[in-house]
Design a protein around this ligand. Sequence first.
Ligand code: AMP
Length: 181
Amino acid sequence: MNQTVQETLLGAIRTIPDYPKPGILFRDITTLLGDARAFRRAVDELVHPYAGTRVEKIAGIEARGFILGGAIAHQLSAGFVPIRKKGKLPHDTVRIAYSLEYGVDEMEMHRDGVRPGEKVILVDDLIATGGTAEAATKLLQQMGAEVVAACFVIDLPDLGGRSKIEALGVPVRTLIAFAGH
Ligand code: AMP
């Protein structure tokens, strides 16, 4: 029987309990990335609504967003822009602070990574509280990019991340969801 995309993806993601700390169910996509069919299906399904539309750049969030984002950029004939933890990018950067569960962190992109008016899709593997993607979206918007969508393989809907991104005027696309953290 043919598996649906959701069945393929669910079957390819490994869940690690209590990683990186007690109570967290870590959704490990390395098993999905290592499965040629699941990786292709995830990328195909994420790009599907945007095929044939004009998208100049894919912005990927370090580190798993780089892997998915690179494949998506290739598929859509778009450029790729890395959004990284602070201090990793070599040229002139713009930076934004964002809250983590304990404390704050900062992320950066190159100042010339996007041009005003460019259409950009933001990519990461998973959206939980949405804090990371919200900061990345704000950074791109501050640089004048038009963020046309934010795409994730996995949604943790109980944590409410989607509405943070939608509040910035950006549609969110996710492929599968897991209850809880
Ligand atoms: P958040 O800012 O809360 O939406 O967290 C999203 C970021 O943390 C993404 O880059 C995810 O890869 C990572 N992350 C958060 N929760 C999990 C989880 N349960 N399993 C795997 N990665 C996670």
